[in-house]
Design a protein around this ligand. Structure first.
Ligand SMILES: Cc1ncc(COP(=O)(O)O)c(C=O)c1O
Length: 382
């Protein structure tokens, strides 16, 4: 079991940060990598042509390790989820009889690309809303998704957990059903990968994309994506020099190439050898791989068990353990409780959470302790 890791961060004393789903605090090791990256450009002689490729390779390896991908060349460096998905959408042609399935109130970066694709092709965007119940909500929601997947379905795109309240989606079952009907499965892992185990080999998604600044603990504007065999011969949304074959040969760059670098490297963003962000992301992934998502998940479960039980006893609604994550969960208020008052009280006590839809989103990590979550619960109850 992981022990409290707060000393690895520079979080100020006196604040309770239960908001990793908004943005992770910076690890000291990641901060140092960023500062070293800035200093590196004091003297450009320190940045050799090899440096343009080195960190990217290490990043692809670390991310592969994290998500159980056997082939690091299937991993691409992207600046955002929307960028990674734009490459996917660019390579999917739909006919008007086909449909794309997303979950209700999905994060906009994983909604708008499909909306655009459907508007342009006349296909249907099928939004599977959460059921209007607090009894077996997660179970019924999963069943609704499975029921919606039929022979007209070309794509299912969703998270492993819902970004607003941590509802767990049963990706194994969804994959099984998508394979039955020949639909693509695309996962936005931004709110789960890093803190909840995810295995490419067992889920076999066609694509996975993760922003780096939340559960991967990296800086803003860098993320990672996996592209499966469906995308092997696809067209990227931009044509940059470094994604072409032999770009390592700086003297021969104008021996223009038709071929791309192998695997998914054609989908990498221009200037991805970012000498500040890439080393930061690398340090962060090393730390996450060291802790391991299953241990992070177990830690979050252990510190949240008692406070969740207390909240439930007092009429608050939180999804059953089987259908939610422990690193991200939503708390819904009982009748008579006023969200505005609770918000003000939490703010006064320096307790940071997020408010998404009608849920208070709680997102602890290894820098948190049970007593912080107990304090949070007491503020809600009092
Ligand atoms: C589920 C999910 N996906 C993606 C993002 C970020 O998207 P982008 O990288 O396109 O800004 C967020 C940010 O909150 C998110 O919660």
């Amino acid at each position: 079991m992981i022990k409290l890791q707060r000393s690895k961060f520079s979080l100020p004393a006196g604040i309770t940060y239960l908001n990793c789903a908004y943005m992770s605090p910076l690890l000291k090791s990641v901060e140092k990598a960023g500062i070293d990256g800035i200093k590196g450009k004091r003297n450009p002689l320190q940045i050799s042509p090899e440096e343009f490729f080195k960190t990217g390779e290490l990043l692809r390896k670390q991310f592969s390790k994290l998500v159980g991908c056997k082939d690091p060349s299937r991993i691409a460096l992207v600046p955002s989820v929307s960028y990674g998905l734009a490459n996917a959408v660019h390579n999917i042609k739909l006919s008007p009889s086909e449909k794309v399935i997303v979950t209700g109130e999905q994060f906009p970066s994983n909604y708008y690309p499909w909306q655009r694709l459907c508007l342009d092709s006349g296909a249907t965007l099928d939004v599977i809303a959460a059921p209007p119940t607090t009894i077996n909500r997660g179970k019924i929601w999963n069943e609704k998704i499975l029921d919606a997947i039929d022979h007209n379905t070309r794509v299912v795109s969703l998270g492993h957990v819902h970004w607003a309240d941590g509802t767990l989606f049963n990706l194994k079952e969804i994959r099984r059903r998508t394979l039955e009907v020949g639909a693509l499965l695309i996962i936005d892992g931004t709110q789960s990968v890093g803190a909840l185990p995810f295995d490419i080999q067992s889920i076999q998604p066609d694509m996975l994309v993760c922003a780096g600044y939340k559960w991967l603990m990296g800086p803003y504007s860098i993320g990672l994506a996996y592209y499966g065999p469906y995308f092997d011969n696809g067209k990227p949304i931009e044509e940059n020099w470094i994604n072409r074959l032999n770009s390592e040969d700086f003297a021969g760059l104008v021996n223009y190439q038709v071929a791309y670098q192998p695997g998914a490297l054609r989908y990498e963003v221009g200037e991805h050898s970012n000498f500040i962000l890439a080393p930061m992301m690398l340090e962060a992934l090393k730390q996450i791989n060291d802790w391991k998502p299953k241990n992070i998940q177990a830690y979050c479960a252990s510190i949240s068990k008692k406070p969740i039980a207390l909240l439930k006893e007092n009429g608050f609604w939180i999804e059953d353990e089987k259908y939610r994550s422990s690193h991200l969960f939503g708390v819904r208020l009982p009748a008579g409780k006023d969200l505005k008052t609770i918000k003000a009280k939490l703010k006064k006590k320096n307790i940071s959470v997020s408010y998404r839809g009608n849920a208070i989103r709680v997102a602890p990590h290894v820098y948190n302790q049970e007593k912080e979550l107990m304090n949070f619960a007491r503020v809600l109850i009092e």
